[in-house]
Design a protein around this ligand. Structure first.
Ligand SMILES: Nc1nc2c(ncn2[C@@H]2O[C@H](COP(=O)(O)OP(=O)(O)O)[C@@H](O)[C@H]2O)c(=O)[nH]1
Ligand SMILES: [Mg+2]
Length: 320
């Protein structure tokens, strides 16, 4: 990889103690999200960027410093407001220790509706989601019976978004691999694209904390998808995304065949083939700290077999 700066370690919530003495001047202040994107492309970690977007500058810097000292990132004085009705879909399977913190973290950065799609998690994640939904009208829950795969969970979430009149539907993991401060970046970039992908494999993006095997698997899957599909997308398996629901509505969601992570490859390819604008913005993906990954050999095999079929199966069309 060239052109990347070394990542700073991301603080762990609840464990960070403020460094003694004056903090180094590591914060970068920008006026809006477009200016933030230019900085991230130049190698600045988004964890260091304060996006004013109408906030008072001194108050915003103080809030961000406080948030960073507490390990919560550059928290704004008030959550950013999306221009359009936005739904963040979070699929969960056994995320009892992550769900409430991740929902709170999201709401500290973006005033948005959230849909939790839980597959009857044996650890009781579904009950936690219900409790959160009862306390906040912005939070919704879809309960499904038994583990049915990430792909079908997202399709259910997209249908919910379409049926309820949301203009944007985002994908985000429950496990803090996707930084909550990057969510507003995705949503604002989606003003100019039908699909925005939070990408590890464009300049300024990377993965932090994965072992060699997992890095190889992700790199290999992406190289394979790139070579076979040549759709121009660099991070095909990324699960941090923002879709225009109008575009989702034009796709044949019933035809989407992937159950597991191949779903991400298939959706991105369908968007490109349908002529929609796809943009990748760099993110730092951090391995989960709490709970277990659901990635397994079956999921990898599905991707291996499905990708070549997509070329013939998904026809080119144009959005009108
Ligand atoms: N509803 C649902 N969620 C799932 C399923 N498999 C994974 N997830 C969730 O999808 C997200 C990504 O999964 P994760 O195990 O973190 O994958 P990894 O980051 O690629 O190792 C997490 O929020 C999981 O809880 C599933 O079968 N159903
Ligand atoms: Mg994960």
């Amino acid at each position: 990889m060239t052109g990347l700066t070394a990542p700073e370690p991301r603080p762990v919530p609840g464990t960070a103690t403020p460094a003694p003495g004056p903090r180094p001047a590591t914060i970068v202040v920008v006026a809006d999200f477009a200016a933030a994107e230019a900085k991230v492309r130049d190698g600045v970690d988004s964890e260091r960027i304060v996006v004013l977007a109408g906030q008072d500058e001194a108050a915003a810097i103080a809030a961000a410093e406080r948030g960073r000292a507490q390990g919560r990132g550059p928290v704004p004085t008030r959550p950013h407001r999306a221009k359009r009705r936005t739904l963040v879909v979070i699929p969960t399977y056994n995320e009892k220790d992550n769900l409430e913190p991740v929902v709170r973290a999201i709401h500290s950065y973006l005033d948005t509706d959230i849909l939790v799609v839980d597959d009857g998690s044996p650890d009781g994640t579904g009950a936690i989601a219900d409790r959160l939904a009862a306390a906040d009208p912005r939070i919704h829950v879809l309960h499904r019976q038994g583990k049915q795969g990430l792909g079908t969970a997202y399709i259910a979430g997209f249908r919910f978004a379409i049926e309820h009149g949301y203009e944007r539907a985002c994908e985000m993991d429950a496990d803090f691999s996707h930084a909550p401060w990057d969510l507003p970046r995705l949503v604002f970039a989606a003003e100019h694209a039908d699909l925005v992908i939070g990408s590890r494999y464009v300049k300024g993006g990377n993965t932090v904390g994965w072992d060699f095997r997992r890095r190889l698997l992700s790199r290999g899957a992406n190289l394979y998808a790139r070579l076979v599909l040549s759709s121009g997308i660099r991070d095909n398996t990324a699960g941090f995304r923002c879709f225009a629901t109008a575009a989702l509505q034009r796709l044949d969601l019933a035809a989407v065949s992937a159950q597991g992570y191949a779903f991400q490859i298939e959706m991105a390819f369908r968007m490109v083939r349908a002529g929609f604008r796809v943009q990748e913005i760099p993110i730092h993906f951090v391995d989960r700290r709490v709970g277990a990954s659901k990635m397994d050999g079956k999921i990898a095999r599905e991707a291996l077999l499905l990708v070549p079929k997509l070329r013939s199966r998904v026809k080119r069309s144009r959005p009108d």
